[in-house]
Design a protein around this ligand. Structure first.
Ligand code: MIC
Ligand code: SF4
Length: 750
């Protein structure tokens, strides 16, 4: 489906790359090549890494159902009749994970009828490809059908970088970005710095692609990739399959990276052929010099990447990370000691395999290889085990090859090809609020409350094969590499390292899951949207800035510690209202720790002194009084998901400014797009000085300009006034968004 796009791109790339070599006076990395080849205006563009704002023309847009609703509602405000770039919608987030694939899917079709009708009618009208519920998880479907080496794509989901496994620079964005690109505008992103990740050696034994990225999470931390692209190279890269590479690039999102990308190689070529894209494979082979760094870059990479990270795959051990954050990494053999030291409950309550990061044929075949060993020794899973294949193609092929049956014999429930428990569409039967239970999954996120809705649950992440072995043991402290399990036959079982299949020996089977191609014209198609829908609400433009400084704003919440978008706008049951801004706003900050309250998600109405109220309720009260409010945030505020609800709800409920110690990239952009001012404490210690009953003023707004600090004043209840400096990263154009009330308003006033 991307052949023609790739052909045109590869034809124009050589000329553009030589222009760039001349202008930069150096050879090009692979990321440089992709960026310059997609420049909106190469000559006029400033290319300074880390400071320039790039205007780019992506080849594609992908949206998943939970974020597509807002993206489309915003696109609709542009008044365009057709999308300007090839785009797709994937229905994967709204399917519950309860009884198993068939039943859950049937239920989802009923439960989400309104949302699917809206999305599919909008897709037909505007010329967007539509992947219905059950067809697969967005990133797996994109990898199988749309990703291509050298391409640039944006997706309304933070794990869009999964496409980097096939050499595509694929970037997660908020719905407003997607709406604008579909409306024909260039896409803006801060020119990323480049981390070169040099892979040496080769994976062997239990070590898998998952362990490469888990180890990198441990090394670089959840903010180590902010505004950077991870570009992989080195002999080790070629030892990793295409879907394995996608696992690695997918979880670059956990580092906060803008994107992650591997150069084109034989493993990508064979994946393209296996997935029915021989023409694209031939084309990429023919143009392979364009689809990786220049040879001089590989000779002295230190000169061309801003940072180099070395990883010896031969020495890599299988990892397990968690709880609560993906950067708490340790080798699996150390887990037992950590369980003792930290008092983590050793008994596991559930094991889960799948999610967009680990649901490929190879992943499942390695897990099945472990499953077969356990079954042969007469064992079954000791804990509930859930399997979510990534796509119809993977599901049908696993079924044909007997692997799903292997998992079922082990005791597993096979769920629909969807996000399922990864996004909290799961209800863990034995969960008890207040009790900290351990669970393990092959997913990519383990933020509190994410999977089973309980913030207490300790969620750990590992490769699918390690998760399978732990499911047999039923214990977190079992070491699959060195430990043994008792069997009925009396001979203890020691697992041997699993061998998987990169591709199915008999090829893939399975269709496209009911994909609906865009209609030739949408002129006569009506969008299905009931005026009284409780699921979808048309957007009303946010008010323009009134030209005045912010004076005396109450502090709505001061978040302490990790504040992910899951804390700001939880998913799970709330996914239901992703198309209805007013309703979903009731979830605002439900998961966040307020420095001024003992309970998560609660605070004090400083006007009445009433405590123990939900943050959304307090915000609604302030709004009703015509008052705005300020949010104070901690480090890496807004980490995680691309969901712009984490910016739109605060905006809708009157938040004017977020002052944080630092921001995660996608969320900071989302705030700007929705007209909230994101400010960063110049001195992070000033965070400490803000107290519950303080009032916040932000002055000099009329003179707001790029690169200039902004003064913030705090007035204490006793009248004392403190002032401090903050910084912002708004460009001149983004300041216009702020003044217009949102990026979309600015677009309409252009
Ligand atoms: C996630 O993994 O957190 C999600 C759910 O896929 C989100 C998108 C969303 O919130 O809808 C993401 O990663 O961007
Ligand atoms: Fe879906 Fe989970 Fe992947 Fe997000 S991380 S796209 S919720 S499978």
């Amino acid at each position: 489906m991307s052949l023609e796009i790739a052909r045109a791109l590869y034809a124009s790339m050589p000329g553009r790359c030589s222009e760039a070599r001349k202008r930069f006076g150096r050879p090009l990395t692979f990321t440089d090549k992709i960026l310059v080849a997609h420049a909106d205006d190469f000559a006029a563009q400033d290319w300074t890494r880390g400071s320039a704002m790039l205007a780019l023309r992506p080849d594609r847009v992908a949206m998943q159902d939970a974020t597509a609703q807002m993206a489309l509602l915003q696109f609709m405000q542009s008044g365009r009749e057709r999308v300007a770039v090839p785009s797709t919608i994937h229905c994967d987030h709204l399917i519950r994970a309860r009884a198993g694939a068939a039943e859950d899917l049937a239920k989802a079709l009923g439960e989400n009828r309104e949302v699917y009708a809206f999305l599919s009618s909008a897709a037909r009208k505007y010329g967007i490809g539509f992947w219905p519920p059950g067809a697969g998880i967005i990133h797996q479907v994109v990898l199988e059908n749309y990703a291509f080496p050298g391409g640039l794509m944006i997706g309304t989901d933070s794990h869009t970088p999964n496409g980097g496994g096939l050499g595509m620079l694929a970037v997660g964005v908020g719905g407003a970005d997607a709406g604008e690109v579909m409306a024909g505008l260039a896409w803006e992103v801060l020119a990323p710095k480049l981390i070169g990740v040099r892979l040496s050696g080769r994976l062997s034994g239990w070590a898998s692609p998952k362990d490469v990225i888990l180890r990198l999470c441990g090394l670089l931390t959840v903010k180590g990739g902010t505004n950077q692209v991870l570009e992989f190279f080195g002999e080790g890269a070629a030892s990793i399959s295409c879907t394995g590479k996608a696992t690695i690039t997918n979880m670059g999102a956990e580092l906060g990276a803008t994107g992650s990308v591997f150069p084109f190689d034989r493993r990508m070529e064979s994946y393209l052929r296996q997935t029915g894209r021989a023409g694209l494979a031939d084309l990429a082979v023919e143009h392979r010099a364009l689809l990786g760094p220049d040879p001089e870059v590989l000779e002295t990479p230190e000169r061309f990447y801003d940072q180099i990270v070395d990883l010896d795959l031969s020495a890599l051990e299988a990892q397990i990370v968690g709880p609560h954050t993906p950067d708490l990494a340790r080798p699996v053999s150390r887990m037992g000691a950590d369980v003792k030291e930290h008092g983590f409950p050793a008994e596991l309550r559930a094991a889960l395999i799948g999610s967009c990061t680990n649901s490929s044929y190879e992943d499942m075949s390695r897990a099945a290889a472990v499953a077969r060993q356990g079954l042969a020794a007469g064992l079954k899973a000791r804990v509930p085990l859930y399997i979510t294949p990534g796509s119809t193609r993977v599901y049908d092929t696993l079924e044909r090859d007997g692997m799903l049956e292997t998992f079922r014999r082990m005791g597993a429930t096979v769920l629909a090809n969807a996000c399922g428990p990864c996004i909290g569409q799961w209800s863990r039967a034995d969960a008890v609020p207040g009790r900290a239970d351990s669970i393990v999954s092959s997913f990519n996120r383990n933020f509190p409350g994410r999977n089973d809705g309980l913030a207490e649950t300790l969620s750990f992440l590992a490769s699918p094969e390690i998760v399978t072995a732990l499911a047999f043991a039923g214990r977190l402290d079992f070491d699959p590499l060195n430990g043994t399990l008792e069997t009925a036959g009396g001979t203890p079982l020691r697992f041997s390292a699993p061998q998987g299949d990169e591709h199915p020996a008999r090829g893939f089977v399975g269709g496209d899951g009911g994909y609906v191609a865009p209609a030739a014209t949408g002129a006569r198609i009506e969008i299905e949207l009931a005026p009284d829908s409780e699921r979808i609400q048309l957007l009303v433009p946010f008010p323009r800035w009134n030209g005045k400084d912010f004076e005396g704003l109450p502090v709505l919440i001061k978040t302490q510690g990790k504040t992910t978008t899951d804390h700001i706008s939880p998913a799970g049951a709330w996914l239901r209202y992703r198309g209805h801004l007013d309703r979903i706003s009731d979830n605002m900050f439900l998961g966040a720790t307020n420095a001024f309250a003992s309970e998560r998600g609660q605070g004090t109405d400083v006007l009445t002194g009433e405590s123990g109220l939900g943050i959304a309720e307090i915000a609604r009260r302030y709004k009703a009084q015509g008052l705005g409010s300020a949010v104070i945030g901690d480090e890496n505020y807004g980490e995680g998901s691309s969901r712009e609800h984490a910016a739109m709800s605060p905006r809708h409920l009157g938040v004017r400014v977020v002052i944080a110690r630092s921001f995660a990239r996608i969320h900071e952009t989302n705030l700007k797009k929705q007209g909230i001012l994101p400010l960063v404490f110049a001195d992070p210690a000033d965070w400490e000085r803000i107290e519950r009953d303080d009032r916040v003023s932000v002055t000099g707004l009329a003179a707001l300009s790029p690169g200039q600090p902004v003064r913030v004043a705090i007035v204490k209840p006793d009248g004392r006034r403190l002032e401090f400096e903050t910084r912002h990263s708004l460009t001149a154009r983004q300041i216009e968004w702020f003044k217009a009330g949102s990026a979309l308003n600015a677009l309409r006033h252009d």
